[in-house]
Design a protein around this ligand. Sequence first.
Ligand code: SF4
Length: 786
Amino acid sequence: MKQTRDSIKDIWGERTPYKGEWPERIDERVIEEPDHWVQSACVLCSTGCGLDIGVKDGQIIGVRGRGVDISNHGRLGPKGLHGWIANNSADRLKKPLVRKHGKLQEASWDEAMNLIVEQSKKIIERHTSLAMGFYTSGQLFIEDYYTLSVIGKAGLGTPHMDGNTRLCTATAAAALKVSFGTDGQPGSYRDIDETDTIFLVGHNVASQQTVLWMRMLDRLAGPNPPTIIVIDPRRTYTAEKATVHLAPLPGTNIPVLNGLLHLIISAGNIDSDYIEKNTVGFNELKQAAAEWTPEKVEEVSRVPADDLRKAGEILGKTPTLLSTALQGVYQSMQGTAAAVQINNIHLIRGLIGKKGCGILQMNGQPTSQNTRECGADGDLPGFRNYGNQEHINQLAGLWNVDPVIIPHWAPPTHAMQIWRYAEQGLIKFLWISGTNPAVSMPDLERIRKILKNEDLFIVVQDAFLNETGIYADVVLPAALWGEKTGTFTNVDRTVHISHKAVSPPGEAKPDYEIFLDYANRMGFKDKNGNPLIKWKTAEEIFEAWKECSRGRPCDYTGMSYAKLSEGSGIQWPCNEQFPDGAVHIYTDGKFNTDIDYCETYGHDLITGAAHTQEEYKALNPKGKAFLKSAEYVPPYEMPDDDYPLWLTTGRLVYHFHTRTKTGRSKALNDAAPDSYIQISEEDAAIYGIAEGDMIEVRSRRGKVVEPAKIGDIKKGVVFIPFHYGYWDDPERSRAANELTITEWDAVSKQPHFKYSAVKITKVKEGRFYEIEEVPKTIENKIPVEV
Ligand code: SF4
């Protein structure tokens, strides 16, 4: 085995200090010497590191970082170096499964697809296409999403399509739209190299984007290291490196961010010229922030007033600033409103669209940007506006369909509403692809009840029979990364190509091929009676997608499979104006808010009420960014006498999502084999809990039993990682989402995983798991009825 380091123990590797450029460091892990290497990129977080797949005898046997790639300059983290092993798991789905006499049984593709088509037609005939729902992923490719999007919008004409991106990245998109008119990240990873201050809000980058953290550590190890400010209720790896660490109570990001805005504005640390020329709404923002004195912020959030002052001073004086946000913002109370305040800090200081000045409203999953771009979520393709008839006409022209079939009478249905419609019996067909809602959605008992409903026909398309698949009527075996060719886009707009390196196992197929098969069998036609979807190969889909993106912010027209295969990934927009892509957008202070171009007419940040085209016209931003303020609204559920503790959920460095892939890597699983509950030393003393004791955690929705881990968290707050479900341990209730609440952000509709009220009781004294513990074998633990 060739391995540049043991990334399980040495997560970030050796320092290569930044001195004018970020040096290459090629991380590699192979279990044998490959016959050949195939260009790709990692799909185990949203960083999108360029890598090559090592192949021997038709099997993936390792990976190495691509030194030429602008995203990672050769580095890979533990998930990237170990996660590929899931492709080779013995328990991959190799044939379709169809439920017969209550049990899932192997079937041919013809049998499975004919059943899906027969059910689709029956349901459409009785209930119209409004009974058809699709719940997809943040882990497929552009080619998969765009095909699915056209099926939903121009084939079936259903508005009920969204991704699990609703759970992880919807707030990023919403906040970018609110401030700048459309989705699209203003900055680049390169800003890490050039900034004076890094502001990490609810983003444990050291665990979640390990290669971005390597880049930050290399800045800290070089000359002129940046100042780091962290907002996080836990003392994480990231927080340990902070110059100032603010640890607010769950649900209080708005008071803290308003307090920072107040400090910056009241000290006069603003760029008045930039505000005047390029923004609207400054007076309202100033007024809304004014009440949030450091003392008032401390009262509500428990962030010490002096620490807030320190952070305000740094943010007010820094000549350049890179800010990032992730689930600590998005999955908490007032997610969109809070993410927007980060944008506001940049706008009032004029620190946007230039070297060292970026905002990365991070994505959680590797390809969630594409779910949004392609319209496989609650958006229209190419960041088009459902309220703008011209945008609908553009899509109708591209697809040669009547505009009326494209649902645009109301916003596309968001995932939380899709699940509610399924619960109410309004949606009768739900096609779930590349995601595992039986572990990842809030309030799992409710989700299981919906999945068990016999009137709901469920298709699950995945590479493994996961916790959701066991409820399906039909299970379709999908190819994984490395087994199909396609493209995807990371957080800083860099598009990578991932070439097919090996064949999928058994009869598994690329997701786009499955969707194309469905479109053909359904007989979707365009206006001329020709097949609606005319493409057959991945490259043909990419070419079709390029046309859809033409003239929109995410313009891919200057890219091709050949160009993407030349070396590094390329950042959009890539077109005649930017043939090699663009490092920053909004460099001239002009934003995408023009009424004919914007993706949304905006919302009230408190109620979520959508503004009309007429209301937007009255605001008349004409290319200026919006400075939107928000009052503080306390969380819907707070600790009380019955449930006295705050629960917050999150992620671990070794796992991705619900562990469907990372749980099948022995190295990753050995490093983090089980869930746990993290409690403060003070609470451990109050409840008489020692490290490793088994603790029952109850909320108003359910209970779990977890081993205790003590320290590095605020008193009164407990933390449980959300990755762990039941496929490898069906005997213990341990999924954090048994406890979480079905509430969501008013604007982005992203559910609130970051707070709920719980109580804890010790059930057994015991020893916490050890790192060497061998995970339970997969095969004998999957609850399969086959
Ligand atoms: S940082 Fe993310 S994309 Fe990069 S190797 Fe790690 S998991 Fe993969």
